[in-house]
Design a protein around this ligand. Structure first.
Ligand SMILES: [Zn+2]
Length: 232
């Protein structure tokens, strides 16, 4: 049976609890008809939490399905789920911060983001080479602070694949080329004035929810610069 888990985390990233039905059981995991648990993908780390009273240890994607790996058997076919909200909210804030940092770097230095890693306590972006000296750190941190102070509401909408390639900044479309051809519609996340890119992760509603950005370190390797950051 071809099945697609309904992604409640895209409809409402602030959803903490939900009810669902088990549609498939595998080795240590269950697949539900719908879920608020975010699977590790697009650089963003997975959610943890509980299904009934069984702990969800990690969550992965298998095509359109979401696999919930648990530390015990789930007896019933109907489940009540609750995500670990503190972890998720940190990831949402980090992910939104990453879009802002990538947008700032594209705008200010005309430099492209190659890949991202969104984790709970420290995140990172890999970009084309850029010597990150104190001046660069101050520029990025100051631009970030201004965007937070402006209290900018994020926008989420769908665009066709070709339309997206035409409308988005070429510096922020590298991920689109890597997507399978079957994906025709893309979800666009826009932070008006600073960034617009295709993304299926979880984000906050408004930039004011983010704290202050701290660039913790950077390293240069294999013709790429990695910038590590956290929110304080
Ligand atoms: Zn995103």
């Amino acid at each position: 049976m071809i099945f697609m888990t309904v992604k409640l985390y895209l409809q409402d990233p602030y959803m903490k609890k939900f009810d669902a039905n088990v549609v498939r059981r595998g080795d240590g995991f269950v697949v539900l008809d719908k879920t608020a648990f975010y699977p590790k993908s697009g650089g963003q780390d997975y959610d943890t939490g509980v299904l009934n009273s069984v702990r969800v240890l990690r969550v992965e994607r298998d095509g359109d399905d979401v696999l919930h790996y648990t530390d015990g058997m789930i007896g019933s076919d109907s489940v009540s789920g609750e995500i670990n909200w503190n972890r998720r909210y940190s990831l949402m804030k980090m992910h939104t911060a990453q879009h802002m940092v990538s947008g700032i770097i594209a705008k200010r230095f005309k430099i492209k983001t190659n890949s991202v890693s969104i984790e709970e306590s420290e995140s990172a972006i890999k970009i084309a080479p850029l010597p990150v000296d104190t001046g660069v750190k101050v520029d990025i941190t100051e631009d970030f602070r201004e965007l937070v102070m402006k209290r900018i509401p994020l926008r989420f909408y769908e665009l066709g694949r070709q339309e997206a390639l035409k409308n988005l900044d070429p510096m922020r479309t590298s991920g689109i080329q890597k997507l399978p051809e079957v994906i025709k519609k893309l979800r666009v996340v826009e932070i008006p004035g600073i960034d617009k890119c295709a993304c299926a992760g979880t984000h906050v509603k408004n930039t004011f929810e983010l704290g202050q950005l701290e660039i913790t370190r950077s390293e240069e390797k294999d013709n790429e610069t990695t910038i590590y950051f956290r929110l304080i």
